[in-house]
Design a protein around this ligand. Structure first.
Ligand SMILES: [Zn+2]
Length: 394
């Protein structure tokens, strides 16, 4: 469970903009992406090898020496010297972080779904290269200078609120380029929004039928496009799987799948942002169930568009609540929010998979409940109890 209130230091915001590299810049970027992938994959391979032989994991410093500095002097990896060293060093950092997250997840130190060990990056996936301040500069004429690539043309759709600490140049599977800036916000009182009712609070019950239920039975419906897009995606994926490996048609089908993924991402992101903005604008206290997002999709091969939306929704809600100085509390996912009768406290509500279809029920105490509205009350109460008990970040 995590608890945050007031302003927090060190919130990181991400700002992405389309960039339009020239042909030579695209070639330099392709080379850079290739080198980043190679260094990352070499690092994964080195750690896999260490694991298999029972040797100690090589440190990040040791890997930087063997996989970048020394490797450049070998004929097989000399081309690493043709690109900026900054994104290569960042690739090692990313690999390191991926391993730490994996181990933390194994040890149960991470909330949320279990994550697997880092995997090899593929040429057909999204390509990225991250530059710290040493590797990029924002120029007066609005261009973005990237080391050993040149001045990139950027479409600035909004202003950066502060100096970025890093930029990641991204090439999507559909061939679009983006610059994604990270900005550390120290003090962002300007993000505070005044509340009509300074004591307004809500629990949030994330559901299967509707997306979420708020205080007073207010429902956020699941948008229709979740299902529509999912059907479209499945169809495109089936078409892709039928195409012969290495054929032109397969490449086209893969781009079609990538385009649908992109569309889903954007539409879902916009929709989630609207819901998050509404909740934060209206409430000082926000209490959510720390949902086992993976548990919801049990029995289905892939995470549905909606399941993925829950995770994005919770993390954005948490960060926006923190920036706006709201109280945000995650209630333990094992807290019986649905089973508990909010009137008498008895565990008389629907439970288990059989109980999933029960929308309304009557407790032995005589109270008639709407399943989700009852759960919202319980989550809100438990959240407030945690705050009162002084449970801080764990
Ligand atoms: Zn009761």
């Amino acid at each position: 469970m995590s608890y945050s209130a007031g302003t927090v230091a060190g919130v990181h915001l991400r700002y992405s903009f389309r960039v339009y590299p020239t042909r030579p810049q695209r070639q330099s970027l392709a080379r850079t992406f290739g080198c980043v992938r190679t260094v990352y994959n070499d690092a994964v391979a080195a750690r896999k090898a260490a694991h298999e032989t029972g040797a100690k994991y090589p440190s990040a410093v040791a890997l930087a020496k063997s996989l970048i500095t020394d490797a450049k002097r070998t004929p097989g990896r000399a081309w690493l010297g043709e690109v900026s060293v900054v994104p290569l060093q960042q690739a090692l950092r990313h690999c390191d972080r991926a391993y730490r997250n994996f181990f933390d997840s194994l040890k149960g130190k991470r909330t949320g779904p279990r994550i697997g060990p880092p995997r090899f990056k593929r040429r057909s996936g999204t390509q990225t290269a991250e530059y710290t301040r040493r590797g990029f500069r924002l120029k007066e004429d609005g261009r973005l200078y990237v080391a050993k690539v040149g001045d990139l043309k950027v479409t600035w759709s909004r202003e950066l609120p502060a100096e970025p600490s890093s930029v990641t140049v991204v090439k999507t599977v559909t061939g679009k380029y983006y610059a994604s800036f990270v900005i550390a916000v120290e003090d962002d009182a300007d993000l505070l929004e005044p509340l009509d009712d300074p004591d307004a609070e809500t629990g949030i019950d994330l559901g299967l039928k509707s997306f979420a239920v708020l205080r007073g039975g207010k429902v956020i419906e699941s948008p229709k496009f979740f299902r529509q897009m999912e059907r479209k995606l499945k169809k495109a994926q089936r078409a892709l799987s039928r195409k012969r490996k290495g054929s032109n048609n397969r490449a086209k089908a893969r781009i079609r799948v990538g385009k649908i993924h992109e569309k889903i991402k954007h539409t879902r992101s916009d929709w989630v942002n609207q819901q998050v903005a509404m909740i934060v604008a209206e409430n000082q206290g926000i209490y959510v169930e720390d949902l086992n997002v993976r548990g919801l999709s049990r029995g289905r091969a892939a995470k549905s568009v909606q399941d993925a939306a829950f995770g994005i929704f919770l993390s954005r809600l948490e960060s926006k609540a923190a920036r706006a100085g709201r109280t945000f509390v995650r209630v333990d996912r094992y807290f019986p929010s649905t089973r508990l009768c909010s009137a008498c406290g008895a565990l008389t509500g629907p439970k288990g998979l059989d109980g999933l279809s029960i929308r309304q029920w009557v407790c032995g105490c005589g109270t008639r409940h709407d399943r989700d509205a009852n759960a919202e009350i319980n989550i809100r109460r438990e959240g407030k109890r945690l705050v009162a008990a002084g449970h801080a970040d764990t």
